[in-house]
Design a binder for this molecule. Structure first.
Ligand code: SAH
Ligand code: DHB
Ligand code: MG
Length: 226
């Protein structure tokens, strides 16, 4: 039995309903994002919970996110933080950032989440200049073409033992389209190659199917201090 996308979505909904309790704050964040016209590209509930679970397993106290959108993944991740922990999230769009701020306020997370607005290639060096970090966990989920650069910045802002997670690395399998001229695909291919040749990390890619289609996450464990 393989009905493709329909089945992936149905199974995703089934396991989400069984494993993820109803959550008015997350639902309101999604509603507000739709109402504001944001693209519906946030992680799925089961993926949000995976991110949260990884942060919990890792006992992450400090988290860096690149690509906030409406703050949906931010809420999942920030809720994993122990007392005294903090999350910094970077977003280029002032409109997305405003939606995220409202959603984070509703989640009572504005005290632990710092939202910085601007191109991440500008805000990442600022974080370093301010001596922020090292971050225990980094979630990279912004413009795909710049993923290799975000990964290199993540290495500067982490420590031995940190976990770097990158979304959307498989893109319906287009990752292996050697003839692609799509900047997102080129960016991900360059990123995966970098990941394999970077001695400071040990890494893998997990392909996923579900309500967001066929895609995948890269997971990299940082083996050295910067
Ligand atoms: N992590 C979110 C989804 C992020 S979508 C979630 O799962 O809920 C990608 C986001 O990256 C968009 O909001 C987009 O505006 C932002 N983005 C795109 N280019 C960027 C850049 N150069 N710097 C920072 N953010 C960027
Ligand atoms: C897109 C971006 C994402 O971060 C994602 O998870 C899915 C799609 C996009 O830009 O199309
Ligand atoms: Mg994504």
């Amino acid at each position: 039995m393989n009905r493709g996308q329909k089945q992936w979505t149905a199974v995703d909904h089934y396991v989400s309903e069984e494993l993820i309790p109803p959550d008015p704050v997350l639902d309101a964040a999604l509603d507000a994002s739709v109402a504001a016209g944001l693209p519906p590209i946030q992680v799925s509930p089961s993926q949000g919970k995976l991110l949260q679970l990884l942060a919990q397993v890792h006992h992450a106290h400090t988290i860096l996110e690149v690509g906030t959108l409406g703050g949906y993944s931010t809420i999942w991740l920030a809720r994993s933080l122990p007392r005294g922990g903090g999350l910094v999230t970077l977003e280029v769009s002032p409109q997305h950032a405003q939606v995220a701020r409202d959603n984070l306020a509703r989640a009572h997370l504005l005290k632990v989440v710092e939202l910085r607005v601007g191109p991440a290639l500008e805000t990442l060096p600022q974080l370093q200049a301010e001596g922020k970090g090292p971050f225990d966990l980094v979630f990279i989920d912004a413009d795909k073409a710049n993923t290799p650069d975000y990964f290199l910045w993540a290495l500067k802002l982490t420590r031995r033992g940190s976990l770097i997670i990158v979304d959307n690395v498989v893109r319906k399998g287009e990752l292996i389209a050697t003839d692609s001229s799509d900047p997102s695909i080129l960016g991900m291919r360059r990123f995966i190659h970098l990941l394999g040749s970077e001695p400071r990390v040990t890494a893998t890619v997990i392909q996923t199917v579900g309500s967001k289609g066929y895609d995948g996450f890269a997971l990299a464990l940082v083996m050295r201090d910067p």
